[in-house]
Each structure stands twice: as structure tokens, then as C-alpha cells.
Ligand binder design. Structure first.
Ligand code: ADP
Ligand code: MG
Length: 253
């Protein structure tokens, strides 16, 4: 089985700062790749590079077999057009820490907006799919509510449904529960657990080590823009080999 996401020696700089320093990572189809690490270690930057919200400075990223951002012409790399990049970006769905729903739209409108305006699919078809997704995240009865009427946990479940409505091949989660009150974290993790069980490929930045231990196929610990340690959750989270990983886990628990 060939990987669905490959980062090969990816470097991303912000001025003199190497937010990512030669990061390499392969994610197999259906895998749940968890990424942990202290604040500022480059976790969001890695997701943002995979989703082409940031341009990388060196290395290469492929998603579903396709080099992103560039086309190879002989020995040269040519930057892709905005249209091509927009097409590639549809392969990844992203859920952020802050549920960035459209507040002037109902829940249903939030979910159908992308399929309707970007994919230009027929409304009747996508409303049916949206309702199935709402059912899946347990919020079918909220279809006509506005985001402001929902709890943070419910908003985040809608954000997940909205990303899924675009039928991405990979879902990227950037600390999806970090902004939630503690009692709302579980309902979002449950939706993510179901999604993982359904076979979705997921890359999840999280401080929820219990979730990572239970659901991750593989865990990466990042520090200062580098992958310090990688392996199965039972190794990285339970018996880490690196002192930096041990210190981080002790601090989070
Ligand atoms: P994490 O998600 O692990 O907390 P980030 O990927 O957000 O880390 O950030 C990695 C480093 O890059 C940090 O030092 C951060 O301050 C810096 N950084 C991130 N985005 C930018 C930006 N747009 N401009 C300048 N520096 C940035
Ligand atoms: Mg971050």
C-alpha cells in the first residue's frame, strides 16, 4: 500500500526561523497519524503546508500521489496556478482549533455551501448528503440553527461535517478540542473516533494523549521544527525513548 500523504524533507522558514526543518513523514491510507509536541514546535505549520495554506521552502509534499504546489517539467519545478492549487486543496479537509463556521448561515447552509458553490453540485443531492452527515455527527435536529445557538462542541462537530461534505481524501485536525470546555471535548473526540473507524485517513494534532493512545496508528513527537520521535502509540506515549518526549508527556498529563 502506498502512502496517501508524503512529506519529504520539508523545510519552512519564517524569516530566520525554521518552523519546519527537514521534516519527513508518510501516512498510509486509513491511518490515523497523531502529532504531538509543545507550542511552537511546527505542528500547525506542517498541517498548513500539507493543505497549501503555506508554501514550503524546500523538500516536497505529495497528496494522493500528486506533488502539491508544483509540476515537474524535466528537471525543473514550475509553480502551479491558483486554480490548480485550489483543485489540489480539495483533497484535504481541515478542522481548526477555533470552529470557523459562517455565523450568518444556518447549520445546513454551512455544510452545503462548499459543495454548492465550489463543486457546483445539484442542491437536492447535497442536501441529502448533508443531512446524512448531520446524522453522523448527531446533530440532525440542528439543521436550521445558527452557529451562535450551538455549544462549542456542537459547532466543532458541524465544522467536521462541513469538511466531510467536500469528500476529502484526508482529514487534517489542528487541535480540534483545545478551545472547548472540558465537558465538550468527549463528544468531538467521539465523532473523530467514528470517522477513524470508518477508514478515513486522518492527521491529528492534539494534546489529548488518551485519544492518541487509543486511536492513533502512529504518533509523531515534534520539537523545534523537527520530528524527535515517531512510532506506535504504545511506544511514543507509553515508553518514549527520547528525554524530550518524556518531559513533554509528563507536562501534559
Ligand atoms: P505549533 O502549532 O506546534 O504550536 P506553529 O507551527 O504554529 O507551532 O509555529 C511554529 C513556529 O513558527 C513558531 O515559532 C511560530 O511562532 C512560527 N510561526 C508560525 N506561523 C508564522 C507566521 N505566519 N509568521 C511568522 N512566524 C510564524
Ligand atoms: Mg498549532
Amino acid at each position: 500500500m502506498s502512502p496517501i500523504v508524503v512529506a519529504a524533507s520539508v523545510t519552512k522558514q519564517f524569516g530566520p526561523l525554521k518552523a519546519l526543518n527537514k521534516v519527513s513523514l508518510s501516512v498510509l491510507p486509513g491511518a490515523v497519524q497523531c502529532i504531538i509536541g509543545p507550542s511552537g514546535s511546527g505542528k500547525s505549520t506542517l498541517l498548513r503546508c500539507i493543505n497549501q495554506l503555506e508554501k514550503i521552502d524546500a523538500g516536497a509534499i505529495t497528496v494522493a500521489g500528486e506533488l502539491i504546489g508544483y509540476r515537474r517539467v524535466g528537471n525543473e519545478l514550475h509553480e502551479l496556478s491558483d486554480t490548480e492549487i485550489a483543485r489540489q486543496r480539495l483533497k484535504t479537509g481541515m478542522v481548526f482549533q477555533r470552529f470557523n463556521l459562517f455565523n450568518h448561515m444556518t447549520v445546513l447552509q454551512n455544510i452545503i455551501e462548499g459543495p454548492l458553490t465550489v463543486l457546483k453540485r445539484p442542491r437536492r443531492e447535497i442536501v441529502a448528503e448533508a443531512m446524512a452527515l448531520l446524522d453522523r455527527v448527531g446533530l440532525a435536529e440542528k439543521r436550521d440553527s445558527y452557529p451562535i445557538e450551538l455549544s462549542g462542541g456542537q459547532q466543532q462537530r458541524i465544522a467536521i461535517a462541513r469538511a466531510l461534505a467536500m469528500k476529502p481524501q484526508v482529514m487534517l485536525f489542528d487541535e480540534p478540542t483545545s478551545a472547548l470546555d472540558p465537558e465538550l471535548v468527549g463528544e468531538v473526540l467521539n465523532v473523530m473516533r467514528d470517522l477513524a473507524a470508518s477508514g478515513m485517513t486522518m492527521i491529528v494534532v492534539t494534546h489529548e494523549l488518551g485519544f492518541a493512545r487509543e486511536v492513533a496508528s502512529d504518533v509523531v513527537f515534534m520539537d523545534k521544527g523537527e520530528i524527535v520521535e515517531q512510532g506506535p502509540p504504545q511506544q511514543v506515549l507509553v515508553a518514549p525513548s527520547q528525554a524530550r518526549t518524556r518531559d513533554f508527556i509528563a507536562a501534559v498529563l
